[in-house]
Write a protein that binds this ligand. Structure first.
Ligand code: NAD
Length: 248
């Protein structure tokens, strides 16, 4: 994918970092949109031969002004983006009786509104060039999850948003698909004890926790120019966990 330009939101760490590095290996120029400038700088410093194809822009993806300015910066430095991976996300887990309006708004904004804003910012350019790939990161939790009413609703919104984008944008050569990860080893899981990790693993048919590279495999498939007949789909990358009923 030489000369192709990708944006990865939340690219500074975790799944986003894995996606960024996988896209660099495939030949993309990659722009990370993230709040964590320090982690983006560290990643650029560690990217060796790829560093000149990697940029980090400090962006709050819930702000339309910041997102629009960042997309303009990427376009000015390279060209219209070919691939948008909406990966930035966060959780604030509480039982419904304790969930506040602030918890609701924050999680909906970071996980769902951000995807709308980034799509709005890149789509005009993609329409003009007649090609685009949008991959939105949801979660297996969109099926429903204990203590995650806000997160689950946001991630379900991602699926519905993507299906509508797929229908609207198909005639412009733009596809939109969802990757729904299960448990993936990122800083999110760092606080878990060995016992908690073992309990999670026991619910995963393949018997292990996933890695950012497992997610990259799915994103690269949707991103490929050869995947032009695949749109509006949700691919679970969860070691088979989505096949059994949600935990209660
Ligand atoms: P992470 O917390 O390690 O990384 C998230 C990144 O998003 C961070 O670099 C953070 O700075 C950035 N970010 C957060 N809010 C932002 C904002 N407003 N503007 C810009 N950047 C912002 O998380 P992760 O585990 O790598 O998860 C990545 C995505 O995958 C998220 O959407 C998450 O919901 C989803 N997911 C993760 C798992 C998992 O087990 N790790 C499972 C299912 C889904």
């Amino acid at each position: 994918m030489n000369n192709h330009v990708a944006i990865v939101t939340g690219g500074a760490q975790g799944i986003g970092q894995g996606l960024t590095q996988a896209l660099l290996r495939e030949g993309y120029a990659v722009a990370m949109f993230d709040l964590n400038s320090q982690a983006m700088e560290a990643q650029i410093a560690q990217s060796g031969e790829y560093a000149d194809r990697l940029m980090g822009i400090c962006v709050d993806v819930t702000s339309s002004e910041q997102v629009n300015a960042a997309v303009a910066q990427v376009t000015a430095r390279w060209k219209t983006p070919d691939l948008l991976v909406n990966n930035a996300g966060m959780a604030r887990d509480k039982r419904i009786v304790n969930l506040t309006e602030q918890d609701w708004d924050l999680v909906i904004d970071v996980n769902l509104k951000s995807q709308f804003l980034c799509v709005k910012a890149v789509v005009p350019g993609m329409i003009e060039q007649g090609f685009g790939r949008i991959v939105n990161i949801s979660s297996r939790a969109w099926l429903g999850a204990f203590g995650q009413a806000n997160y689950s609703a946001a991630k379900g919104g991602v699926v519905s948003l993507t299906r509508s984008l797929a229908i609207e944008l198909a005639k412009h050569g733009i596809t939109a698909n969802v990757v729904a990860p299960g448990a993936i080893d990122t800083p999110i899981l760092a606080p878990l004890s060995a016992e908690q990790r073992a309990r999670i693993m026991s619910t995963i048919p393949v018997g292990r926790i996933g890695t950012p590279d497992d997610i990259a495999q799915a994103v690269l498939m949707f991103a490929s120019a050869k995947s032009s007949y695949i749109t509006g789909q949700t691919l679970y990358v969860c070691g088979g966990r989505s096949l059994s009923s949600p935990s209660v």
